[in-house]
Design a protein around this ligand. Structure first.
Ligand SMILES: Nc1ncnc2c1ncn2[C@@H]1O[C@H](COP(=O)(O)OP(=O)(O)OP(=O)(O)O)[C@@H](O)[C@H]1O
Length: 277
């Protein structure tokens, strides 16, 4: 049987804490992601979610255990990985077109071809006509669309997303969740259909967001992070996030997963680590 696309096997990450001892951020965390699977990771504030992503992206080496991508131990940034973070990597001095074309250009794609790909993706994210605009001329939601195009234009096989929509207002956020699902499933209306199925790890504080997007929700413990529970999300696709939130199926899933998460959130609060939305 083929190995999972992404596999963390008792992965542990320790950091020097500045006073000569070590801080364990992630402890013996095991999880898998299959090709094309959308996995959401939730857990209390500061528990180690971003650190877990950084182990998969190769930005941080594991201290113990293993992280494998495509069946190979991660030693540097694996091929075919796209990122999207809370603060987007949109360059303010570049137009929308140049921002989106920069990824392919960086990877050596000739200028005309990179621009053609960028134009296609700008259209897919609903920004046709805004190619010459600069980021400061766009709304927060539009800039997020640019960031999405910037990430997807490189055809990633793995998408690592760290609270990408958390800075948006509630309505724009719901729109972007729908947009992400539409693009991820390859059902964008403009251009030829994208091949469906980048594997996604989506870190969020927001359980509601995790359920509407994911095939599987992984609940992490309060730090050091390890897997507390894994919930399959058997909701049909395609999904319309606003409609889904009103269904009984959603409500039952929410209540079951919250039951698991709540204990960890309470522990984090007792430690004074803040709260979870
Ligand atoms: N490079 C680093 N050096 C030292 N400690 C770090 C480093 N990166 C993270 N940590 C610590 O590891 C723990 C987990 O941090 P991490 O950012 O992974 O949590 P998180 O769950 O993503 O947080 P949040 O919910 O606030 O986004 C924290 O205590 C943090 O201070």
């Amino acid at each position: 049987m083929a190995p999972p696309l992404i596999e963390l096997i008792r992965a542990t990450k320790r950091f020097p804490d500045g006073s000569g001892s070590v801080h364990t951020a992630v402890r013996e965390l095991s999880m898998t992601v299959e090709p094309g699977q959308f996995v959401a990771v939730v857990g209390p504030t500061g528990c180690g979610k971003s650190t877990t992503l950084s182990l998969v992206s190769g930005l941080q080496p594991v201290s113990a255990g293993r992280v494998r991508v495509h069946g190979t131990d991660v030693k540097s940034i694996p091929d075919g990985v796209g990122y999207m973070f809370q603060t987007d990597a949109v360059m303010p001095w570049r137009s929308v077109l140049d921002n989106v074309a920069s990824g392919p250009r960086f990877r050596g794609v000739p200028k005309a071809q990179a621009r053609a790909k960028a134009v296609d993706w700008i259209s897919r994210v609903g920004l046709a006509g805004f190619e010459k605009y600069y980021p400061h001329q766009l709304s927060g939601g539009m800039r997020k669309r640019v960031a999405l195009a910037q990430t997807l234009v490189t055809d990633p096989k793995i998408l690592l997303m760290d609270e990408p929509f958390s800075a948006l207002d509630v309505q724009t956020r719901a729109l972007m969740q729908d947009e992400l699902l539409r693009l991820w499933s390859g059902s964008a209306s403009a251009g030829p259909p994208a091949p469906p199925g980048a594997a996604v790890i989506f870190v969020t504080h927001d359980l509601d967001e995790a359920i509407v997007l994911a095939d599987k929700v992984v609940v992490l413990t309060t730090g050091p992070a390890t897997v507390k529970d894994v919930f399959e999300i058997p909701l049909q696709r395609p999904r319309k996030v606003e409609e889904l939130r009103l269904t009984e199926e959603f409500r039952v899933l929410y209540s079951n997963i919250w039951e698991s998460l709540r204990g960890e959130v309470d522990k984090a609060r007792q430690k004074g680590a803040g709260n979870v939305a």
